[in-house]
Each structure stands twice: as C-alpha cells, then as structure tokens.
Design a protein around this ligand. Structure first.
Ligand code: UCC
Ligand code: FAD
Length: 584
C-alpha cells in the first residue's frame, strides 16, 4: 500500500537518512594536550604570542588550507616528458594548490621560524607545533619543507659560505617570491639504507673548482625543488674513486636555469606510489649536473647527518599529527553516528578503542616535543652535554617508534568510521596510505634501530647514561603522588631491568646487540614516553585524565628487550632458527 503511494522517481527512493559527516574544527583549539604542554613548559612571554599564532593558523587551516591539501591529493603531479614538437622537456607539472602551499609555507614561516629563533630555545617547539597542526592538511607539502629545513641545517652547521649564502637566505625566507625548497638525494638503485655501498654517482672536478655530477638517483622526492643536497664520489686525477663511506662527499646544486628548465638532469619517470601521491617523486639521471662540493672530501655522510636529524624530527611531527587528526575526526564522528540505540560515543567499547589510540598519541606527542625542545636548546647553544646526548639518542628512537604507531593508530582510526573509513572521497584512506611511508623513508625501523647502536657506540655509552640519568630525574620529580605510583613503579622497574640488560649485553658479541637493536629501541621509546607521561601528570595543572593516560601507557610491556632476552631471542642459535623458519 505504502509503495503504491510513493511517487515515482522521487528523492525518497534513495531514503531520507544521510549520515552527518565529521567536521574538521580548529585543530589547535581541539588539542587539550598541546595546550597543557604549552602551559606547563613554555614561559608566559613566549606562550602568549605562540598560542595566538597557533590559534590563528588553526583557523586558516580549516577555512583555507585543508581544501588545498585535498586538491593536491586529487590532482597529483605528472611528468611532461616531451613538448608538442617532440623536444625532451622533462617538466614536472604540479597543481595550483601545490604552488599555494609553497606560498603559505613561506608566509607562515614554517621553515624560517626554526632559524629566526625569535623564541630562543622554544623556537623549534613553536615551529614544529605549527607544522604539527599543518601536516594533516598540507597535502604532503611537509615533505619538501622537511628537506628544506634539513638543507638549511646542513648549511648552517657547515658554515654559511659565499657559495650557499643566497641559498640559505632563500630556504629560510618568509617571502613567497624568494622562498626555495630543497631536495635530499641520497638513494640510488643499490641502496637507500646502505648509502655507503650504494652510491655510484661520481663528481668530476672542473677547472673553476666546481664539479659535474654523473649518476642515477633512484628516489628524489618533491623534485620540483629549487636546489638539492646530494652525495657523490669525487673522481681523482687518475679517474679513480674511493669506495665506501669515506669516498662520499656532499654537494649542493641548483636544479633549474633562468628559464625554469632542468640543468643536465633527465627525469626517467615519476614513481607510482602507494601514498604520498601529492608529492612528485622521480628517478633522475644526472648527466653532468653542475654542483659545488660543500663538505670535506669523504665527509659526505657525516655532513648530511644533520639533515637526517631534522628530517627525522619532521617525520615524527607528521606521525604524531596524523594520529592526532584521525582521533579528532573520529571522536567528532562518534557524537554523530547513532547505532544500536545510541551514539558511538556512548558505546563503552568504542570509546575504549579510541582512548587507547589517545594514549598512544599522548606518549608520542610528549616525546616529539621533548626532542624539539632539545633541538631548540642545541641551536641556541644552551644544551648541556647530557641534553646533546639525549637529542642524538631520541631522534632515531622517536622517528622509528612513532612511524609504526602512526600506521597502527591511523589504521584503527579508519575503522572507527566503519565502511566510510574505506571510502576514498572521505579523504580518510589517504591518511593511511601516507602514514605507511613514515616507517620507510628517512631510515627504516631496523636501520634506525642500528643507528641507535651507532650513537651509543660513538659516545662510548654516554648517550645511554644520559638516558638513565634523565629518566630517573623525571621520575624523581614525580614522586609523592599516590595516583601516579603504579605508573611510576612500572617505569622505574623497566629502567632497572634495562640497566641489567645493558650490563649483561656488554659481554656479548656484537651480533647479539644487532639482534636486540629493534627491541632495545622500542624499550627506550616506551620507557621514555612513560617517564614523560608521568612527569606531565605530576604537574600541578594536570588533570585526572593525564594521570589515567600515564597509568594506561605503563600497563604495557615497557621493557620488551628484557622479555625477549629471557627467552634467548638474540643468541646465534635463534638467528639460525629464524632463518630456518622463514625459508622452510
Ligand atoms: O628518504 C628520504 C627523503 C624522503 C622525503 C622527505 C621526508 C621528510 C620527512 C617527513 C615529513 C612528511 S631521503 C633518504 C634518507 N636516507 C636515510 O635515512 C639513510 C638511511 N641509512 C642510514 O641512516 C645509514 O645508517 C647511513 C647511511 C647513515 C650509514 O652510513 P655509513 O657511512 O655506513 O655510516 P657510518 O660509517 O657509521 O657513519 C659515517 C659518519 C660517522 O661520523 P664520523 O665519520 O665523524 O665518525 C657517523 O657518526 O656519519 C655519522 N653519522 C651520524 N651522525 C651517521 N649517522 C648519523 C646520525 N644519525 N647522526 C649523527
Ligand atoms: P633496503 O635498504 O633495501 O631495505 C629493505 C629492508 O631491509 C628494510 O626492511 C630494511 O629495514 C631492511 N634492512 C636494511 N638494512 C638492514 C640491516 N643492516 N639490518 C637489518 N635490516 C636491514 N630517498 C632519497 O634519498 N631522497 C628522497 O627524496 C626519497 N624519497 C622517497 C619517497 C618515497 C615515497 C619512498 C618510499 C622512499 C624515498 N626515498 C628517498 C628512499 C628511502 O629513503 C629508502 O627507500 C629507504 O631509506 C630504504 O632504503 P631501500 O629502499 O634501499 O631499502
């Protein structure tokens, strides 16, 4: 009867219910932990202008930038290899929104703020907080910004000579007309992790003391950049090169001539990627690219290491930001999606799932901010020896741990939207695709775990000593709060167990340390995040949710390296068993 009454071809044929969508609100105003962190740590005369700028920028993200970020995803870069007349042009064509992102980045000082140092030791906290708000709306423009920041850092660390003075000014400019971005070309076909053996590019000295580079760079992201830093082997007068790390030097090159055409570079193709599709990532043949050597001969890897520090911190920013954004959207959606007789926000199991994501994000956020603050102190010359050691240790730890967290949290976050989380035009799947790269580029999880060992070995254990001293100090400052006692005890016992492990493993062969490296890095991350959460929760302005977050974090295994060592996982027999298992 009802069917008979319904008019043909009316809208009611598709039903009348439409799910209210999740709305992106000002991400600064929505971020309780960022607010509390700023209140707890940053002096008022810095906090006030910083918070005002972040609030303003948060509005700009919602009203203007987010839409542009989506356009970067929907209108990805392409390579125009030939012009209409068959001439090879190799033009990387990006969308107008990508150009807008460059302007916005300059205007907002997203790189400049790190070098102006207006807020002294808090300058990096300010800059990275801004990037953290920007990142999930930026259409991956944070990728060129990371490398640009890294290039500026290398130039500053090596000394701003005449060769790179103009470049440095442009990389750190707030003027959109002058602002430059940089590439970071380290990876060749034979190796992205093993740069020392993988680099085949050679540098031929020219009569004017410049060089020409010949080689093939297998991954070059944001190839629309104005300049790059790259590694190559100098050819000696007999035409020979030195193999290994000691043969690598660092070069600076501008990429385009005055007409905007690439100089002596052929773009073989753009990469067809799982995510980061907004970014042009290319394979490049360097066919005599003019370049200047900016490191000592053979000091290439050591000189580019400061770029790695910066880009790894940016990677951490992106990881934490992705987690924060999916939670902001997910919890908003939970107030609108009504199932089984109530809103999702009233289903305790759903809220538990999201609260677990929140705990992960809080630990990661505090670690990120600690690293940014340490970097800021290093740059204004006020870091103690202990803080410099911590910066060295925590940079790879933060990158590798948050990269993995982001993939897990964003994946869980997609599920919070049910089927809609899988739908391309919600913008949510892109977040998962883009998170997946965070554990790969800028050093994979294992390679960074080994970098932790490198840092420990180079400092003859001092970076680990700094870790123990600082963690203990954080815990000590938090004693006396009964609600925090379980968390505090858990971190303290884990630290103790780790101390025992470090002592015992000192007598083992290096193969043992290598097999333990990943679990050790995870242990350092979990213990330190635990200490940071405890420290934060012990602050007089903290709320009971801060205490709860610390408690929840510390309920997990904080010391996996000891748990695994007890079952003998790092002995040579286990390595042999692993091989047998894997290749059976
Ligand atoms: O992936 C890339 C760009 C992606 C796009 C941008 C993303 C931005 C972030 C996200 C925002 C959205 S660029 C490619 C990145 N590639 C890597 O990360 C390489 C991974 N592999 C490594 O990290 C390896 O560990 C290597 C290449 C560093 C290993 O090289 P070597 O030559 O075998 O290492 P050595 O011999 O141990 O070290 C050589 C020197 C030593 O100094 P000296 O000679 O003074 O003793 C080391 O102490 O380099 C120093 N060194 C370091 N110093 C090595 N690593 C470090 C470090 N991490 N910090 C300080
Ligand atoms: P491999 O080194 O072959 O690694 C393969 C596996 O082996 C990994 O799981 C790794 O963890 C493991 N492994 C390697 N060595 C060890 C070891 N010693 N012990 C235990 N496990 C090990 N590079 C640039 O230089 N510039 C760029 O702009 C750039 N952009 C990129 C953009 C994207 C989207 C991607 C995906 C990559 C980009 N890269 C870039 C390359 C990137 O940095 C490398 O792919 C990455 O460092 C890994 O190197 P690889 O590909 O050679 O992997």
């Amino acid at each position: 009867e009802e069917l008979a009454e319904r008019p043909l071809f009316s809208r009611s044929a598709v039903g009348t219910f439409f799910q209210e969508r999740p709305v992106l609100k000002n991400p600064f105003l929505e971020d309780a932990l960022l607010h509390k962190y700023l209140r707890r740590t940053v002096p008022a005369q810095v906090r006030e202008p910083v918070a005002a700028d972040l609030a303003r920028f948060g509005e700009r993200l919602v009203s203007e930038v987010h839409r542009l970020g989506r356009q970067c995803e929907e209108d990805p870069p392409r390579l125009q290899q030939y012009d209409a007349w068959g001439c090879r042009v190799d033009r990387i064509v990006t969308c107008p929104a990508w150009a807008n992102m460059k302007e916005i980045s300059a205007q907002e000082g997203l790189v400049a703020a790190g070098y102006e140092r207006t807020y002294g030791e808090w300058s990096r906290v300010y800059q990275m907080s801004k990037l953290y708000l920007y990142s999930p709306s930026a259409g991956l423009y944070t990728c060129p910004l990371a490398m640009t920041d890294g290039a500026a850092k290398v130039i500053e660390s090596l000394g701003v000579t005449e060769t790179v003075e103009e470049a440095f000014r442009r990389l750190t400019s707030r003027d959109p007309q002058r602002f430059w971005t940089s590439g970071q070309w380290m990876t060749e076909r034979k190796g992205g992790s093993d740069v020392a053996s993988g680099t085949e590019t050679v540098a031929q000295l020219q009569p004017d003391a410049s060089y020409r580079l010949y080689g093939f760079k297998w991954f070059t992201s944001a190839t629309d950049a104005d300049m790059t830093l790259t590694l190559a082997r100098v050819v000696d007068t007999h035409g020979r090169t030195l193999q290994g790390s000691r043969g690598l030097s660092l070069f600076f090159a501008t990429l385009r001539d005055q007409h905007g055409n690439l100089k002596d570079i052929e773009v073989q193709r753009l990469k067809d990627k799982l995510g980061t599709r907004q970014v042009p990532t290319a394979e490049l043949l360097l066919d005599g690219l003019p370049a200047q050597r900016i490191s000592g001969e053979g000091r290439g890897v050591a000189s580019i290491a400061s770029m790695l520090t910066i880009t790894r911190i940016h990677n951490t920013v992106s990881a934490v930001a992705a987690m924060r954004r999916i939670i902001q959207l997910g919890r908003e959606y939970a107030t609108k999606r009504f199932v089984f007789g109530k809103f999702l926000k009233d289903h305790a199991l759903h809220v538990q799932t999201m609260a677990r994501m929140e705990v992960e994000t809080r630990g990661a956020f505090l670690l990120l901010m600690e690293v940014c603050w340490l970097l800021g102190r290093e740059e204004v010359g006020s870091a103690s020896a202990l803080q410099l050691h911590l910066l060295r240790l925590l940079t790879p730890v933060a990158k590798l741990y948050t990269g993995k967290q982001a993939i897990a949290v964003v994946s869980e976050g997609l599920e919070c939207f049910g089927g809609q989380g899988y739908m391309e035009d919600t913008g949510l799947p892109a977040m998962l695709r883009d998170a997946q790269v965070l554990s790969i580029w800028e050093g994979t999880t294992n390679v960074l775990s080994l970098d932790v060992l490198r840092g420990v070995a180079k400092s003859r254990g001092q970076v680990l000593e700094a870790f123990f001293t600082d963690t203990k100090a954080k815990l000590k400052a938090a004693t006396g709060n009964p609600a925090l006692a379980p968390a505090l005890t858990a971190v303290d016992s884990a630290l103790h167990a780790l101390g025992g492990f470090v002592q015992r493993s000192g007598q083992k062969p290096s193969a043992y340390a290598e097999l333990a490296a990943r679990d050790l890095a995870y242990t350092l991350a979990r213990i330190y995040m635990g200490a940071l959460l405890v420290e934060h929760a012990a602050w007089e302005g903290a709320t009971h949710t801060d205490v709860y977050a610390a408690r929840r974090w510390c309920e997990q295994d904080l010391c996996p390296v000891v748990t695994k060592a007890e079952t003998g996982s790092y002995d040579p027999e286990d390595a042999a068993e692993d091989t047998a298992l894997l290749y059976e």
